[in-house]
Design a binder for this molecule. Structure first.
Ligand SMILES: O=P(O)(O)OC[C@H](O)CO
Length: 421
């Protein structure tokens, strides 16, 4: 009889289907285990459901937790560290095979990986090259000055939504801050202490939001959200909007969905002219093995995680999604195959170039804030007030910062005395 175990994941839509494919591949590859994979329809609900299930002793063996939930999981102690799981189950893993920048995000200060890197990403700037040509734009959207100029030309050429944006803080606030070398919070974005405070209301981010607001007032940048009927990725693939900032993870979906013959490309996120660009942040999610399951399930979990880390699986997963390969052997295999030489895959190498643009620093290592899901919500609520109700930018961001700091203080209290790493 096969040992069954559960895997909960947050991806949905096309990317969710690809997770199901990965599960099927594993189940077909062996006859000892059966992985049961269930989408929780969103990264934030996966985090919530996992924690609730753990309390009720109904947790899955493996769960997919996004970047923003990393510290919550780390401090919960509700998991089995990656290295321990593999050693306990007889697997020899070359931990150095994971890209350093990615692995560090999920490791303790001593470098011990807590979870398994799986779907790593960064944000990219997508643009419709055919529309650029029609509008007579002969430069790349590499700076925000160029993006503004491109937006004006697109508008003049009759395009209704030169740039579509939503209230996702990940590209707008988090990635923007990193590449512009701005802190999001004190104490190295939380890495150096739970007594961290957000500072996004005092950095270049404030002027950046003001710029977005001005562009929105001139109808050059247009809000596109699910609530309003269409989020930014469908807005781009339906050619409603000609520029968006979103995850490289959407690269596969965009390529499949845009009609044939439409030229498109990606660039690194733009910076303001004169900025010394820094590396962007690792996004996406990692796989955590939850504590408290029967030993037999851990054998299956280890087998599955080992299966995913094989170069051919890394290559397959990266190809069909857009996520960057998380291991050096996976990346080398793709390069050797000439994967990145072909359009539109050429653009995907830019994601790696963006992530490794400079060595990481306090402002670019990552974000290590507790309850970061709620903090993101506070910021998006303030962005919604700014862009939908014309609220004052500085005032809204100040209030969002105040509410975020209250969340951080509660988190600090919950984990008082616990070492961060
Ligand atoms: O869309 P993804 O999977 O690349 O994730 C983006 C962010 O990191 C989510 O927090």
């Amino acid at each position: 009889e096969k040992t069954k175990f559960e895997f909960w994941y947050g991806l949905s839509g096309d990317l969710g289907d690809r997770v199901q494919d990965a599960c099927k591949k594993f189940n077909d590859s062996q006859s000892d285990f059966e992985i049961l994979c269930t989408s929780q329809n969103g990264y934030d609900t996966t985090l919530q459901n996992t924690i609730a299930a753990y309390r009720a002793k109904k947790q899955p063996a493996i769960t997919q937790i996004y970047d923003a939930g990393t510290l919550d999981l780390m401090l919960s102690k509700a998991f089995i560290p990656a290295k321990q799981l593999m050693a306990d189950n007889g697997y020899k893993i070359d931990w150095n095979n994971y890209f350093g920048g990615i692995a560090n995000y999920y490791a303790t200060a001593a470098g011990e990986l807590q979870s398994f890197p799986f779907n790593s990403s960064t944000a990219m700037f997508y643009y419709n090259v055919s529309a650029f040509e029609k509008a007579g734009i002969d430069f790349k959207p590499d700076t925000w000055e160029h993006v503004e100029e491109a937006a004006r030309k697109l508008k003049a050429a009759g395009f209704e939504c030169p740039l579509g944006f939503n209230f996702d803080t990940w590209p707008l606030l988090e990635q923007f801050s990193a590449i512009h070398n701005q802190p999001l919070a004190t104490k190295a974005n939380g890495y150096e202490g739970l007594d961290t405070e957000v500072v996004f209301n005092k950095t270049k981010f404030v002027d950046h939001v003001k710029f977005f607001k001005k562009m929105q007032d001139e109808k050059l940048f247009v809000v596109k959200t699910k609530q309003l009927g269409m989020d930014i990725v469908p807005a781009f693939t339906s050619q409603t909007c000609q520029m968006i900032q979103t995850s490289v993870a959407d690269h596969g979906t965009v390529g499949k969905t845009l009609p044939e013959g439409v030229k498109w490309d990606v660039a690194m996120l733009p910076v303001w002219k004169g900025t010394e660009r820094k590396n962007s942040l690792v996004g996406g999610a990692s796989l955590w093995v939850m504590a408290g399951r029967p030993a037999a399930e851990y054998k299956g979990a280890a087998a599955f995680l080992n299966f995913l880390a094989q170069p051919d699986m890394v290559q397959w997963w990266s190809t069909v999604t857009g996520y960057i390969p998380v291991t050096k052997t996976g990346f080398d295999a793709m390069k050797a195959n000439g994967f990145y030489d072909k359009a539109p895959y050429k653009g995907r190498e830019l994601a790696i170039a963006s992530l490794t643009y400079t060595p990481t620093s306090e402002n670019t290592r990552g974000i290590r804030l507790g309850s970061f899901t709620q903090i993101r919500k506070e910021v998006s609520t303030s962005l919604e007030a700014i862009f939908m109700q014309n609220a004052d930018v500085q005032k809204e961001l100040d209030q969002a910062a105040e509410r975020s700091n209250a969340i951080l203080r509660r988190f600090e209290k919950t984990y008082a005395g616990q070492k961060l790493n």
